[in-house]
Design a protein around this ligand. Structure first.
Ligand code: SF4
Length: 369
């Protein structure tokens, strides 16, 4: 006989979540807590704040964020209660999810419920603070939020966030230490390129020197650092200097993770207009491989290099067969030990005909981010 679930209040509970998080935070179903809305910069010509609908940035009050955390905690407690009632001692599994959504069908459409359920299902260990630049929140306020989160959810062992290098550059080392001591464990920074001409052209709003200072400060504090690079961003014209200067900046920082996000012009951005007006000549598949190879050859780092995005080079074998040239998992390749493996794979890619690779135009048609 079906148990009657007396937890209808779950259906009316929701908290605010932003649009995006790094893919590596999806692997562990991070709980998403929105501490600011949108991007405070909105000007990079390849992005233009499109992931946030180009909407205006604003800070959220600490009280509002804490109220969201309280709602997530109530959902968490109710799910655990159902688990105990069903004899699972608080553990969360598919049977509980099926039973809850059968009893309260609206839950199947509740982003907040689904998010907390998935988070519990994966161990309730990681949290991602949204949106594009959480470290812009004054340090005492962000420390307060992080401490509150850890108090409510003692199982958390990783708290991560996106941050602009310029924001970190303006902080003091003491700020980062306080955030680390509170529990901030990883930041994701969009380096995109280490080439100053290209940084200026794409209006990143930060210089290579500021990137280096910010990145080194994060590493010195002991907060893990993911730096995102964007092969192809300079088109054919700036390919070599983009690769070489990106390697130069990464060598100075030596981050824990380097994550490759090959450039695709996104509709409604200035760089898409440049591409349509033939002012930006995109790299061919072999052009991408050559540029990545130039960068990798110059890397002298001890972290991991990851190609954990579907826009990294993939080629067709037979019908329905798509092969990733480089592994696309979140931990990638450990350098320097696996550098030769990456270079060999890139060399191999250069022997495969360009027509077999997915093309940038394919991604444009897909409208992918
Ligand atoms: S790349 Fe980042 S900083 Fe630049 S506009 Fe997009 S979200 Fe904002």
């Amino acid at each position: 006989m079906d148990m009657i679930v007396d937890h209808n209040k779950l259906a009316g509970l929701s908290f605010e979540m932003g649009a995006i998080r790094p893919p590596s935070e999806g692997g562990s179903f991070s709980l998403l807590i929105r501490v600011t809305r949108n991007c405070p910069w909105n000007q990079c010509t390849f992005c233009y704040g499109i992931p946030y609908n180009h909407e205006k940035f604003n800070l959220r009050s600490v009280d509002d964020v804490k109220a969201d955390i309280d709602i997530a905690k109530t959902i968490h407690d109710e799910i655990k209660k159902v688990s105990r009632e069903m004899g699972y001692s608080g553990a969360v599994n598919n049977v509980i999810g099926a039973r809850l959504t059968r009893s309260i069908p609206q839950l199947g459409y509740s982003h907040s419920f689904i998010s907390v359920f998935n988070w519990l299902y994966s161990g309730a260990r990681t949290v991602f603070l949204q949106d594009a630049d959480s470290l812009i929140v004054p340090t005492p306020q962000l420390v307060n939020i992080i401490e509150y989160l850890k108090e409510k959810f003692p199982t958390i062992n990783r708290i991560t966030s996106y941050a602009r290098a310029k924001t970190i550059f303006k902080k003091k080392e003491k700020d980062l230490e306080e955030l680390r001591n509170a529990g901030l464990s990883r930041v994701h920074i969009g380096l995109e390129t280490g080439d100053d001409e290209l940084l200026w052209k794409v209006k990143k709003g930060v210089t290579s020197e500021e990137h280096i200072i910010a990145g080194k400060m994060v590493m010195k504090t002991g907060i893990e650092l993911s730096e995102y690079v964007m092969p192809g961003l300079g088109g054919k014209a700036l390919s070599r200097q983009h690769a070489e200067n990106t390697a130069r900046v990464l060598n100075e920082i030596d981050p824990d993770f380097i994550r490759s996000r090959p450039f695709t012009p996104m509709p409604d951005t200035p760089l898409f207009d440049d591409y349509e007006q033939n002012k930006l000549e995109l790299l061919s598949p072999h052009g991408y491989l050559t540029e990545i190879k130039m960068m990798v050859e110059k890397l002298d780092i001890t972290g991991r290099v990851c190609f954990d995005h579907f826009r990294n080079p993939s080629y067709r074998g037979g019908p329905g067969d798509l092969t990733h040239l480089l592994k696309q998992d979140y931990d990638g390749y450990k350098f320097p030990e696996e550098k030769e493996i990456v270079l060999d794979s890139l060399e191999k890619g250069l022997t495969i005909s360009e027509e077999r690779f997915l093309q940038t135009e394919d991604f444009i048609r897909l409208g992918s981010l």
